[in-house]
Design a protein around this ligand. Structure first.
Ligand code: 5AD
Ligand code: SF4
Length: 371
């Protein structure tokens, strides 16, 4: 099967790709063919969700985490990470800045905590951000696995969407990159994604791409999982080594973090965006910072391959350097105003517009709720 033949299908219309075809495309390494795949995905983006990029101002409000994921720089056991919890007023100020500057939405992200003090704090933030923006700012929340009732509370307090990545749908690989204890369970993760839907939130998930021992077949299965679970939004990016983590150490010692390997992860990252766009069509897909960490033009490439969401970091500089999930986090020195101007230029350079002053909700979610 040839890439060219597969792309002759009417992917703008009613044809869909088969898993076998997805795999052929996922294994493509020819630069010209890759460009063809990206062009096809951009055409689908244009038709189904418009050539518009929406901003979610990212507020990383705490790096305290009860989990111990083996790849993540703010895992519980990394005692080199200096922990912080942002003041409520600072968070509200950032949200107000986003609102005044025409960002349609903000994303509140932190490490995972399940204690009532934390939950109540988040609820209050949600209410305050909704009220300071007269109900106009969309809010995405990303604070990990919770009981179903908690997701309902977050929704009631003003959360519109929730991101909970499955990380990888290969259970065996999931178990390798998370500690073997009851705190890290693949089944719980899947169950929580179901809870989010029950709570009426727009559901976001995603995976890391290019993990040690992850295959192209795994990545195709990830896309099939998104479809099967009727996911509204996708946030995914390449795995990026953090040197103070067990997986990072493993990757370094086994020479899995060479420039060639990093290039491969970027290619697969952009391909995942393109193939997810071709297969799911009307969902929101983020061009993530992790892509930019491995390739200065990573986010533009993703926008050109079908992504339609950007998440400029609003976290104040003082804390930004402590929220390090991986090495070489870009945007560490950006000020919000520069980041805003910079990104707009990048978006326009590929022929998109910025969706100022609009929430840019998932069209897939709107449709699923009209049914
Ligand atoms: N490389 C890439 N992504 C990472 N994340 C955590 N650590 C890394 C890393 N080293 C991602 C996970 C998590 C999200 C908040 O950040 O997918 O869900
Ligand atoms: Fe905590 Fe998320 Fe990092 Fe896991 S990936 S250690 S849950 S912040």
């Amino acid at each position: 099967m040839q890439v060219e033949t597969i792309l002759k299908k009417d992917l703008l219309g009613s044809d869909t790709l088969t898993p076998e075809e997805l795999l052929v495309l996922m294994k493509c390494t020819d630069e010209k063919e890759l460009q063809k795949i990206y062009e096809a995905a951009y055409a689908v983006k244009k038709k189904y969700v418009d050539a518009v990029s929406y901003y979610r101002g990212l507020i990383e409000f705490s790096n305290i985490c009860i989990k111990n994921c083996k790849y993540c720089g703010i895992r519980r056991d990394n005692d080199k990470a200096e922990r912080f919890m942002m003041e409520r007023d600072d968070i509200l100020q950032m949200a107000a800045w986003a609102y005044e500057n025409g960002y349609g939405s903000v994303t509140l992200q932190s490490g995972e905590r399940t204690d009532e003090t934390f939950i109540a704090y988040v609820e209050e933030l949600l209410r305050d951000i909704k009220s300071l923006s007269h109900g106009e700012l969309g809010i995405t929340l990303c604070v990990g696995e919770q009981e179903e009732a908690i997701y309902h509370r977050f929704k009631k307090a003003g959360a519109d969407r929730y991101l909970l990545r499955i990380e990888t749908t290969n259970r065996e690989l999931y178990e390798k990159i998370h500690p073997a204890d009851e705190n890290h369970s693949f089944d719980t993760r899947v169950r929580c994604i179901g809870y989010l839907k029950n709570a009426g939130l727009q559901v976001g998930t995603g995976v890391m791409i290019g993990l040690p021992n992850q295959t192209e077949e795994d990545l195709v299965n990830d896309i099939l999982f998104f479809k099967k679970n009727d996911i509204d939004m996708i946030g995914m990016g390449p795995y990026v080594v953090h040197h103070d983590t067990p997986l990072g150490q493993y990757a370094i010692e086994n020479h899995l973090d060479t420039p060639e390997e990093q290039k491969r992860r970027v290619r697969l990252g952009v391909l995942m965006v393109a193939l997810t766009r071709l297969y799911l069509k009307d969902v929101n897909i983020a061009a993530t910072t992790a892509l930019q960490a491995l390739d200065p033009l990573g986010r533009e490439k993703a926008l050109r391959a079908g992504a339609n969401i950007l998440m400029p970091v609003l976290t104040v500089a003082e804390h930004r350097a402590k929220y390090l999930l991986y090495d070489n986090k870009p945007t560490l020195k950006d000020e919000p105003q520069d980041a805003k101007d910079n990104l707009a230029k990048r978006v326009e350079s590929i022929g998109d517009r910025v969706g100022w002053f609009t929430q840019g909700n998932s069209k897939h979610f709107d449709k699923r709720n009209k049914k």
